[in-house]
Design a protein around this ligand. Structure first.
Ligand code: ATP
Ligand code: MG
Length: 247
């Protein structure tokens, strides 16, 4: 469904992505793991054209092109198929939860007000935020704000949702409630790419795990295989460092 090949990206002298191949099948939940600075965020940003890759190829459904040659209208069309949930929730402070979810539907997607409201309520219900629809971001916990941000993203019905450490700003209890929502989405068949340090999530919810180091994918595999039988020494070291006691 979505695939990038041989992605290279440098910032000045620093080559941050050194030829990454990354493939997302419909319905899969991919956890992207790796130490700080390994290039995980940059990879997501290149896929979503928040950053322009220096080299590589992208394929999304029937569309296939040199990633450096994708035009602005093509980028807009590709981005319509993707949803993003990042660490900061980026909700509008002066809008309620409901208005935050409706905003993009009515402005960017030109969906009529009544229909947008109905859709917004459906997705707020899905993330367990129905009873807070009239609350402003400042009146919500971090976990609740992140759930509203997830609702806003799924309201668009994206073909794939890219998450970049969606829980890293949250304390453990709030992390749990956000991961629960993501788990539910996964069970409903959403296609998800999740950059995370949550090993439990990667192990239990993801069906494919990608481990990055220094701008390359060192190892990838089914989550079962990856955690129970890592092939590379680097992977074993990484898993040993994480305090899951799994390896
Ligand atoms: N806009 C930028 N300008 C210059 N260097 C950048 C920029 N963005 C990222 N980098 C560099 O690219 C490298 C990879 O960064 P990236 O954010 O992709 O890592 P990461 O794997 O997401 O790390 P973390 O787990 O800490 O989020 C780092 O060395 C970083 O300093
Ligand atoms: Mg990052």
């Amino acid at each position: 469904m979505l695939e990038v090949k041989n992605i290279h990206k440098r910032f000045g002298d620093n080559e941050v992505l050194k030829g990454v191949d990354f493939k997302v099948e419909k319905g899969s939940v991919i956890a992207v793991l790796g130490n700080s600075g390994s290039g995980k965020t940059t990879l997501l940003r290149c896929i979503s054209f928040l950053e322009r890759a220096d080299q590589g190829e992208i394929q999304f459904d029937d569309f296939r092109k040199d990633i450096t040659a994708v035009s602005k209208p093509e980028i807009r069309a590709l981005r319509m198929k993707m949803g993003f949930v990042f660490q900061g929730y980026n909700l509008f402070r002066n809008m309620t939860a409901l208005q935050n979810v409706m905003e993009g539907l009515t402005t960017a997607r030109k969906i009529p007000e009544a229909e947008a409201k109905k859709r917004a309520r459906e997705v707020l219900d899905k993330v367990g935020m129905s009873d807070r629809e009239n609350f402003y971001p400042d009146q919500l916990s971090g976990g609740q704000q992140q759930r509203v941000a997830i609702a806003r993203t799924i309201a668009y019905n994206p073909e794939v949702i890219l998450f970049d450490e969606p829980t890293s700003a949250l304390d453990p209890q709030l992390t749990g409630e956000v991961l629960e929502v993501m788990k539910k989405l996964a069970e409903e068949g959403a296609t998800m790419v999740v950059v995370t340090h949550e090993m439990e999530f990667a192990r239990k919810v993801a069906n494919w795990v990608v481990f990055m180091e220094d701008g390359v994918i060192v190892e990838e595999g089914t989550s079962e295989e990856f955690f129970s039988n890592p092939k590379k020494e680097r992977t074993r070291q990484f898993l040993q460092k994480t305090d899951t006691g799994l390896v």
